[in-house]
Design a protein. Structure first.
Length: 339
């Protein structure tokens, strides 16, 4: 059997590791081998892939996507790239934009250039709904212009445009997947859902910034991963696909579901005056991936959050040191948590 050799950048991160596990799991394709390339900065957790190291069809390489020599070496031995690797921490106080520009922009350029040199390659670029900016009403189709507001989102939008330009100019088979706010097991506790779960399970209070009125479309990581795989296997070159679940809820609504799942009440919630500039509402129009690729999100939000709480409840040894690491990394109380 000839196997498709897939390089997954950022495959030790949250969504990336779930994607790798889905590829190599019992319900995944039978004809793939996977190599993960990850620099293991911040949220990269290689332990989540330890059991896969025993298989013949998995390899892990610690390295930087900006390392042209390493990327060239890897691309000669792979047929496809699924590009998750990204810097995510720039929007916190005290963090500059340099790391985001380097990883998200220059790293993407390094990868698409190598894909051209060693082609033909299929290049699946993983993006997010942040690149559209905030929207008051309605939802973004893939054809809407990008209006990112944060430094991180601006670099992600730039990476989208670079990848698509390499398709239009050079013919590289690029497909872009723009996902919405993702939750699920094994998420580093610097995001709102895992942070709130960890704090509530420790009996500590949680803080709602601005009353929790920001609105997001929330998708379980299993659904997100299935959408990405549809883009890889059925998507069209040069196309963008929004991956949304239709679970548009405010942060306050999600907090209520988490309180219920953690057997807690609103006495554990504090309200913080929100002085941070951030996007108030994200909403993607996901009709294209549903109509063209047959995507159908399966996970109910309340049930998915309850299952996620159960996972954290039974895996304290995994998240307790990471919670302390995340809090120390922030350097001060009251940092706005990205959802």
């Amino acid at each position: 059997m000839t196997r498709t050799r897939i390089l997954v950048t950022g495959g030790a991160g949250f969504v990336g590791s779930h994607y790798v596990r889905a590829l190599l799991g019992p319900d995944g394709p039978a004809d793939v081998t996977v190599t993960v390339l990850d620099a293991l900065t911040h949220a990269g957790r290689p332990a989540g892939l330890d059991d896969l190291r025993r298989t013949d069809h998995f390899a892990f390489v610690r390295g930087d996507i900006c390392d042209q020599e390493l990327v060239d070496e890897l691309l000669t031995a792979h047929d496809q790239v699924v590009h998750f690797a990204a810097e995510t921490r720039v929007d916190r106080p005290g963090h500059g934009a340099e790391a985001c520009v380097r990883t998200n922009v220059l790293g993407t350029q390094t990868l698409v250039d190598a894909a051209l040199r060693h082609g033909p390659k299929r290049f699946v670029h993983i993006s997010s709904d942040e690149v559209y900016g905030s929207i008051r009403a309605g939802s973004w189709p893939e054809t809407d212009p990008l209006r990112p507001n944060s430094p991180r989102a601006a670099t992600k939008a730039a990476s989208d445009l670079i990848a698509l330009a390499w398709h239009r100019t050079h013919g590289l088979d690029v497909r872009v997947a723009r996902g919405c706010t993702t939750y699920g097991p094994r998420q580093f506790p610097d995001r709102l859902v895992p942070r709130f779960i960890c704090l509530l399970l420790e009996g500590r209070p949680v803080l709602l910034h601005g009353g929790g009125h920001d609105v997001r479309d929330w998708i379980h990581v299993d659904d997100h991963v299935r959408g990405i795989e549809l883009v890889r296997t059925r998507g069209r070159p040069g196309e963008v696909y929004n991956i949304g679940a239709g679970n548009e809820r405010s942060v306050r609504d999600v907090t209520a579901l988490l309180l219920h799942a953690c057997d807690a009440d609103w006495s554990r919630v504090g309200i913080v005056t929100d002085q941070t500039v951030h996007d108030r509402r994200y909403a993607v129009d996901a009709r294209k991936i549903r109509d063209e690729l047959g995507f159908d999100p399966r996970r109910d939000l309340a049930a998915g959050l309850a299952e996620t709480v159960d996972w954290y409840r039974t895996h304290r040894s995994w998240w307790e040191p990471l919670l302390h690491l995340a809090e120390r990394d922030e350097g001060r109380a009251g940092v706005y948590l990205r959802s």
